[in-house]
Design a binder for this molecule. Structure first.
Ligand code: AHR
Length: 491
């Protein structure tokens, strides 16, 4: 049976907000030290080539390819014991602190201003997360004043003393990170959190009415989400959800991300319900500010989560990105967790970097899966194996039918149609394309394929990498076994 892929370009779901290609940097493992800056930081590295500001040049250049609009910082779980005052001021006065989330000593030689400078060097907008664990409102207001105020006031002047005349103008702020979790240095109940979030939002907006605030949600299908939205929907701009899909098998890697599709739909309904119940006109969108494929048993946090990703994982990441594009009407921000070394598509060592398999869908989607998201429909053979792990755990949250093919499509301002397809089947699949408008020309086909277990490494950096070829206007396309393919057409 050949598969059938239908694309209705005349039906726009919504414009894709490029903020769905955002990143996340946490003080954890080798994300900052060894990732953004050499591990020897603030000492100069003899092996890593650096920008004039002291940032790893290879990492900055890689980010400039993707152009993520936002990068979230400084955590993650790290936030719940982060004191921003430790992270600013002259290097000689920075204090190393015990870091409880990941059980390290944080040197604090890279902090608020270094991160903003890294963002400026990389053309990224910084996105901050407030400490709602051990931190209090006074401390949060002081940090926002330090970052955003132009007044002749104590913290704004402290920033000036630190050599930064103009405010950083940080627009996006998370009201805490996973504050519901017992793994947090300090956790709170939903009732306490909702009351705090309202107070914090009110005070923060008094200080800077231009900020966008992100409410701390859970997975999008919990009582927590429902309660905090009911209470706070009128006070915030985004509801955050986090999910990591597990991948102990090829099928788990590719199909577990589909849980996120349901959690987005549920969250959208909860937002609507909360808006209706509280009679607010405020638009609230989803900020999926931590997502990825991750096997925490194999790559635990205490070891820095240095996961090596294979081709199955690459397909999982592509499915994740398809989901955000298919739900462009409600998902406005999504941050792949994390940006370097820690469960990341980029992997460094002193003096070298390689791009993991998962880099390719992230890069290609950020480059081409943009414009307006359009309706798609897949008909293909299905996977009917036994559902284990997350596939069993999330019964009811996953579709009854798991198709071997997964797809999303966009049309940009130049009328270029991009069709992005995952073939999870361990066989080639021939498909008929049904596009509602005539194709004027094929632009190119970009294909990344391999065996499920194939990985890239320092020794073999290009084992799994894109192959570009001419694309005909034929409506019969063969998708290689275990592949990620982009078809680009001029309409
Ligand atoms: O990204 C790793 C961790 O996963 C983050 O610190 C936390 O927010 C999540 O649980």
């Amino acid at each position: 049976m050949s598969a059938s892929l239908s694309i209705t370009t005349r039906h726009t779901i919504a414009p894709v907000d490029r903020k769905i290609y955002s990143g996340f940097v946490e003080h954890m493992g080798r994300c900052v030290y060894g990732g953004l800056v050499p591990e020897t930081h603030p000492e100069v590295s003899t092996k890593d080539e650096c920008t004039p500001e002291g940032f790893r040049k290879d990492v900055v250049e890689a980010f400039k390819e993707v152009k993520p609009p936002l990068v979230r910082y400084p955590g993650g779980n790290y936030c719940a014991n982060f004191n921003w005052m430790d992270s600013v001021g002259p290097m000689s006065e920075r204090k190393p602190r015990l870091e409880l989330a990941w059980q390290n000593t944080e040197p604090n030689t890279f902090g608020t201003n270094e991160f903003v400078a890294w963002c400026r060097a990389t053309d990224i907008e910084p996105f901050f997360c407030l400490n709602m664990g051990t931190g209090d409102l006074r401390e949060a207001l002081a940090w926002i004043e330090y970052c955003n105020s132009d007044a002749n006031s104590y913290y704004a002047n402290l920033r000036r003393q630190h050599g930064i005349e103009k405010p950083h103008g940080i627009k996006y702020w998370c009201l805490g990170n996973e504050v519901y979790g017992d793994w947090q240095v300090a956790q709170v109940s939903k009732e306490v959190y909702a009351a705090m979030a309202i107070q914090w939002a009110k005070a923060i907006r008094m200080l800077d009415p231009t900020v966008k605030l992100v409410l701390c949600g859970q997975h999008g299908f919990n009582d927590w989400d429902e309660y905090v939205l009911q209470q706070c929907v009128g006070w915030v701009d985004y509801h955050s959800i986090h999910l990591y899909s597990e991948q102990k098998t090829h099928e788990m890697a590719v199909y577990a991300p589909l849980v996120a599709e349901r959690s987005i739909v549920w969250t959208q309904a909860m937002i609507d319900r909360a808006r209706y119940a509280t009679k607010t006109d405020k638009q609230v969108k989803i900020c999926f500010d931590e997502w990825n494929v991750w096997n925490p048993q194999k790559y635990p946090g205490t070891d820095g989560h240095e996961e090596i990703y294979n081709v199955s994982d690459m397909l999982g990441v592509a499915v994740w990105l398809h989901i955000f594009v298919r739900h462009a009407d409600i998902v406005e921000i999504a941050c792949i967790a994390q940006s370097v070394n820690v469960i990341s598509p980029l992997f460094t060592k002193e003096g070298d970097l390689f791009k993991q398999t998962t880099w390719w869908p992230y890069l290609l989607a950020a480059q081409y899966l943009c414009g307006r998201s359009v309706s798609t429909h897949v008909q293909s053979s299905v996977w009917e194996g036994e559902r284990t792990g997350q596939l069993a755990q999330f019964k009811g949250m996953l579709p009854e039918t798991l198709y071997h093919l997964d797809m999303a499509a966009t049309v940009n301002d130049n009328n270029v149609l991009t069709v992005s397809v995952v073939n999870a089947k361990l066989e080639d699949v021939e498909a008929d394309l049904h596009i509602d408008l005539p194709i004027r020309a094929g632009i190119e086909k970009i294909e990344v394929a391999g065996e499920p277990e194939d990985v890239n490494s320092f020794e073999n950096k290009d084992k799994v990498s894109p192959v570009r070829s001419e694309l005909s206007t034929s409506t019969k396309v063969t998708f290689k076994r275990c592949s990620y393919t982009m078809l680009r057409y001029q309409l």
